[in-house]
Structures are given as C-alpha cells and as structure tokens.
Ligand binder design. Structure first.
Ligand SMILES: Nc1ncnc2c1ncn2[C@@H]1O[C@H](COP(=O)(O)OP(=O)(O)OP(=O)(O)O)[C@@H](O)[C@H]1O
Ligand SMILES: [Mg+2]
Length: 326
C-alpha cells in the first residue's frame, strides 16, 4: 500500500479583491481547493466567476489594484502569499507555468519559436543557449510540431492557431514544472484542434507527471480532462468533488443548470437551454445565495442568508440549503 502524497498545491480560504476610491471590492471569496500530484483539477463556471483571477493569484500576477485579501496558497507546503517578487520569479515558468486562451498575445512576435522555448531553460535551468535550443527542438517535437528543426526558426505569425498553442505548451512545459495552469487553453480553437490539444495535454501530463489546474466554462471540455472539479459561481466555490461526483451526481442547482447547457454527443437537440438571468457583478452580489435570483428551487432563506458549504461525502461538498438537509 502506498501512502497518499501530500497535495502539490493547497489553497485555503483565499479571498481576492480590488482597491478603489470607495474601498475594497471583494471579488473571489473564501475559496479552498487542493491539487494532487499528477492530477487535474478543473475550475468551472460562467464568465465573471473569478476563475482567471484565482489562477493569476497562484503566480502573484493579479492586475493592478488587485490583491490577495486573505487566505493561503501553498506550493509543496511553502506559502506563496506575500513571497518576495524575486522568489516568485524563480517559481514562475519553472515550478508553476501558465498557458492562456490566446497564444498570440503571450508569444513574442520578434523572436523565433525555438528561441522562445529555449528562454526559460536558459533562465531557470542554467543551460547554455545552444543546449537550450537543442532541448527546445526536442520539446517542439514532443508537442507534435512536424519538422521541428525548421519550425524552430519560424516566428509566431507563421504558425496556425493550433500550432501556436502547441508552442505555448512547449514553453510552459520546458522546465518540467510541477504545475501547469491552463486558462481556457482551447476556447479559441475549432473543435477538432481543441480535441487534439486536450489529448496532447493529457499525454504530456502522463509523461512529465505534471499537475494541471484547468480552467474552463465548458463542462464538455472539463469532462475530458478533470480528476477533480470545483464549480465557481460569483467568486465562490459552490460545489466540489471528484469528476464523477460532480458530473454524475451534481448536487447544487447551479451545477445542474450548467450541465444542462452543455451539448451532449449522444442527444441531438435543436436548442440548448440557457440559464435565465446572469451572474451578478461583485458590486451587485446579494446578501444571501448569489445564485438564488436565478434558481428555480430558491426559498426564503436562500435570499437572506448565504449557505455554508456542506460535506456530503468524503470527497463531495456543496453550498446549498436544498442539499444535505434530507
Ligand atoms: N482589473 C480588474 N479590475 C476590477 N475588477 C476586475 C478586474 N479584473 C476582473 N475583475 C472582476 O472580477 C470578476 C472575475 O473576473 P475573472 O476574469 O477572474 O472571471 P472569469 O471567471 O475568468 O471569467 P471569463 O470566463 O470571462 O474569463 C469580473 O467579473 C470583474 O468583475
Ligand atoms: Mg477568465
């Protein structure tokens, strides 16, 4: 029997807000999750739920005026909140890497892709430029770029969207990080290319043993990737569990509603249902459950008091008055 390894990343009671003239606006509130070695945790939720801010907080790359208000982010047990910039720089791109939805904005147009894959290896792994370039070509091959020796000489604009995303993955994985954060990595790609990139991430995860924090608004994509799922709504995690818990036995009405809006391959429908209403902005959040105004099951208590998260099984929790009370 092997003992379960401690989580690679542990986030506890994390809150994120923005400073403004009228005070601090809290945006992400009291979220906790942990990412296990070699596993994928997906953060799912509609636009504006705070998924990207949560991801950026892991790297201390919050936008101006954004800050971690409270809580803790531990990488292998070491606290990252409040860590000096110089220490964070040694972690970014080395122990924790990130890929984004639109690779063109993250790639530098004036350097070849070979140079850009080599850069983190020179910076973090003390490789000489020629050693790093050689390794960059191997990485381009590993992410499925055909003819990597000549492709390494290309500039980003000479590649297709799918190939650029492969280059981003090569850059992100060059230093063999413990954690890859992927923020909507395939949203800008067409469905076939999207499937190829997801398969590639899966294969590379097995090869390098990487843990992935995978961010998406799309349960269809998440169901292909996730071991664990945290569903976010209006800055909070409202349901959390293994992929099976959340996909097969969703408990929170928001999770169920979001799953109902996800296209299924086995059922053909003319039009998918949309969840009526919209996510409240941070300034508009009601006193009670933020989903109550859109929830068909809401009762009086839902609009007056915010529900606490209830542990339903060892792995599954949800914050809703409708669950866990019989
Ligand atoms: N720079 C900023 N200044 C002030 N508020 C911000 C800023 N960036 C984000 N926010 C607020 O934080 C909320 C969450 O933003 P975030 O980008 O994390 O959402 P998301 O879940 O990633 O959405 P999407 O699916 O659209 O990418 C936004 O709705 C917005 O109200
Ligand atoms: Mg986002």
């Amino acid at each position: 029997m092997t003992a379960k390894q401690p989580p690679v990343l542990e986030v506890e009671h994390l809150s994120i807000g923005f400073e403004s003239d009228s005070g601090i606006l809290s945006v992400v509130e009291d979220i906790s999750f942990s990412l296990n070695s070699g596993e994928t945790l997906a953060l799912v939720g509609e636009s504006g739920c705070g998924k990207s801010l949560t991801a950026l907080a892991m790297l201390q790359l919050l936008p101006p005026f954004g800050k971690v208000l409270s809580g803790s982010i531990k990488l292998h047990g070491k606290e990252l909140v409040g860590l000096a910039d110089s220490s964070m720089e040694a972690i970014r791109g080395n122990q924790i890497s990130m890929i984004f939805q639109e690779p063109m904005s993250a790639l530098n147009p004036v350097f070849t892709v070979g140079q850009q894959v080599a850069e983190p290896l020179i910076l973090h792994k003390d490789m000489s430029p020629s050693e790093a370039y050689q390794r960059a070509i191997e990485m381009l091959e590993a992410v499925g770029i055909p003819d990597p020796i000549s492709r390494a000489n290309n500039y980003p604009h000479q590649l297709s969207g799918g190939m650029r995303q492969r280059v981003m993955i090569a850059i992100a994985l060059a230093c063999e990080p413990d954690i890859l954060i992927a923020d909507e990595p395939t949203t800008a790609l067409d469905v076939t290319i999207q499937a190829q990139i997801l398969d590639l991430m899966h294969d590379l995860q097995e090869k390098f043993g990487t843990s992935i924090l995978f961010i998406s608004h799309d349960f269809g994509v998440v169901s292909r990737m996730a071991d664990e799922i945290a569903v976010m709504y209006a800055g909070r995690v409202i349901e959390q569990g293994t992929a099976t818990d959340v996909l097969v036995e969703p408990k929170h009405p928001y999770t169920t509603a979001l799953l109902n809006t996800t296209p299924r391959i086995d059922i053909s429908v003319d039009r998918l249902p949309a969840i009526p209403g919209r996510v409240p902005t941070p300034a508009e959040r009601p006193q009670g459950c933020c989903f109550a105004p859109r929830c068909s099951l809401a009762s009086d208590i839902c609009s007056s008091e915010r529900p606490m998260s209830i542990q339903l099984t060892d792995s599954h929790s949800a914050a809703c008055y409708e669950v866990g009370h019989g």
